[in-house]
Design a protein around this ligand. Structure first.
Ligand SMILES: *Cc1c(COP(=O)(O)O)cnc(C)c1O
Length: 221
């Protein structure tokens, strides 16, 4: 199947209210354009420099999302144009995003990334860390970021019940933070969960954004 046909097929299968984020890390401009031609407008990258290189050579109505671990010294490369940063995992990073957003005269939408998997290698906040961050005076002073919701990655395992349990856990974190901190903020509504191998389960558990690379573009080298 072509890239365009895969975009069509996946898009058609998503319930309304779930957006497809095409994960284009390591993919060429040509691959991305094939997906674009099929109507895809949201692409995600996990390296700041790679995203900054792709941005000027691809159509300007693409929404670029950032999904990887972001070092504070790389924020400046993406701050002028990034549409959503899925991977905020510290107050320090959020402060830097706020600072760079202010320099660019804009507000940058962000998600808080949570550690829900069993693997230690996956990054993200614990619930306690997130509560401390959201309750901090530093956070209260930030004017150029907006928290749109949460993101998480499930354990890489064939055990579907394990994966489902982790997505449920993320949804529960989302609901409790919404109650505690975002009762009057309509922007807090995104639950970014689900990748090529587990997105149908993520959708059953309430995902609003699925991040899919391999199922669209084939396996990465
Ligand atoms: C690479 C990546 C994806 C996409 O993974 P696939 O298995 O290729 O669909 C999704 N989310 C994050 C955070 C990633 O790094």
């Amino acid at each position: 199947m072509t890239i365009a046909a895969k975009i069509q097929k996946i898009s058609d299968s998503l319930p309304s209210g779930v957006r497809l984020i095409a994960v284009s890390k390591t993919r060429t401009k040509e691959d991305i354009l094939q997906a674009y031609t099929a109507g895809q407008r949201i692409f995600a990258e996990n390296r700041a420099q790679e995203m900054a290189d792709k941005f000027p050579v691809l159509p300007s109505d693409i929404e670029w999302h950032f999904i990887g671990h972001l070092q504070t010294n790389k924020v400046k490369f993406i701050a002028p144009f990034v549409s959503l940063i899925h991977s905020v995992d510290s107050l320090k990073l959020l402060k830097e995003i706020d600072r760079e957003a202010a320099k660019n005269n804009r507000t940058i939408p962000c998600l808080l990334q949570f550690h829900i998997a069993e693997e230690e290698s996956k990054s993200g906040l614990t619930t306690t860390e997130a509560v401390d961050l959201l309750a901090s005076a530093d956070f209260g002073r930030m004017k150029n970021i907006q928290i749109d919701g949460v993101m998480g990655m499930a354990t890489f395992t064939g055990d579907k019940e394990q994966v489902r349990k982790e997505f449920r856990q993320l949804k529960a974190i989302f609901v409790s933070l919404r109650e505690k901190f975002f009762r009057v903020n309509d922007a807090f509504r995104e639950l970014s969960m689900g990748m090529s191998d587990d997105y149908p389960i993520a959708i059953e558990e309430g995902s609003t954004m699925v991040r899919i690379g391999t199922h669209i573009f084939g396996s990465r080298k």
